[in-house]
Design a protein around this ligand. Structure first.
Ligand code: MN
Length: 286
């Protein structure tokens, strides 16, 4: 479909309802990052609780990493563009996420793990997205879906468009390896040549956002530049064009519409559940 096509039903095309650049933050043992979702400006976008971008070629910004810490009640999705990150948990699971690789971790009832840069220098760049779990699954057994770059689905179009599909399915039928029935997420890493147009249908009712990694996109007359997050409103289709070569993340998911009570690495539905999580953590029950 062309952006200029008269056949477009504008009621179905999504517009941006908010644009933000996130705020500088520090987490773990002092890793400098940008918190794009999960800050004072954008508290959350149900079911997405947090989006962090870490990007630095200064080892002092990242070498301290994220030493052992717990999670309960949600999922963490780590996607690396540059650099390497070693993860290790208290159940004996260990591995290295390399460029283009993704780890979708369902923390469920609880896991203790560390996430440490494996490199001593060079560029480390990537994202961590926190995806909420429904009340019915917050205490599920922890689980991993982990895929190196070569197992992330790749769609290459005639106009030079390249789509790395982590989860969900493109309009041309390329399906990502991550399966998630809780929030049915779409997670695409899209690269467009200058002048290209792109469309992607989104399940009605799912919340969606775009994060521009490089370049610039035009969405419904609005321009979004590198390092900006755009939140989409209602509709069933995303349409955008690239005035210059660009790369962006396009993410969507089913909102849970449940109460959210957060306390650091614990995200539950009630204060009592948070108290229980803290108690379990301190008594070594993770
Ligand atoms: Mn973690």
């Amino acid at each position: 479909m062309s952006l200029t096509s008269a056949a477009i039903d504008n009621n179905r095309v999504k517009e941006l309802i908010a644009v933000t650049s996130g705020v500088p933050a520090s987490d773990g043992a002092g890793v400098k990052l940008t918190r794009i979702i999960g800050n004072a400006e954008v508290d959350m976008l149900d079911p997405f609780l947090m989006l962090d971008c870490f990007e630095s070629d200064n080892p002092d910004d990242y070498l301290a990493g994220f030493p052992t810490h717990p999670h309960r009640g949600f999922e963490t999705v780590t996607y690396l563009l540059n650099g390497r990150m070693r993860h290790k948990d208290n159940q004996g699971n260990e591995g290295v996420i390399a460029p283009g690789g993704v780890q979708w971790m369902t923390a469920g009832k609880g896991i203790m793990h560390s996430e440490m840069p494996e490199q001593q220098d060079g560029l480390l760049k990537g994202f961590q997205l926190w995806v909420n779990l429904p009340a019915s699954a917050k205490m599920t057994e922890p689980a991993y879906q982990e895929f190196p770059a070569e197992q992330v689905a790749l769609e290459q179009r005639d106009d030079g468009t390249v789509i790395r599909v982590i989860s969900g399915v493109t309009d041309r039928g390329t399906r990502g390896p991550v399966v998630n029935h809780y929030t049915q997420p779409t997670y695409l890493d899209v690269s467009l040549k200058s002048g290209a147009e792109f469309s992607q249908s989104i399940t009605n009712g799912h919340n969606s956002f775009i994060y521009v990694i490089e370049g610039q996109v035009q969405i419904a007359g609005r321009s979004l530049r590198a390092k900006q997050l755009g939140i989409f409103g209602e509709g069933e289709e995303i349409l955008l064009s690239a005035p210059a070569a660009t790369r962006f993340l396009l993410v969507a998911g089913k909102p849970l519409n449940e109460p959210v009570v957060r306390h650091g690495p614990f995200v539950m539905n009630t204060q009592a559940q948070i108290r229980q999580a803290v108690e379990d953590y301190h008594s070594g029950n993770f």
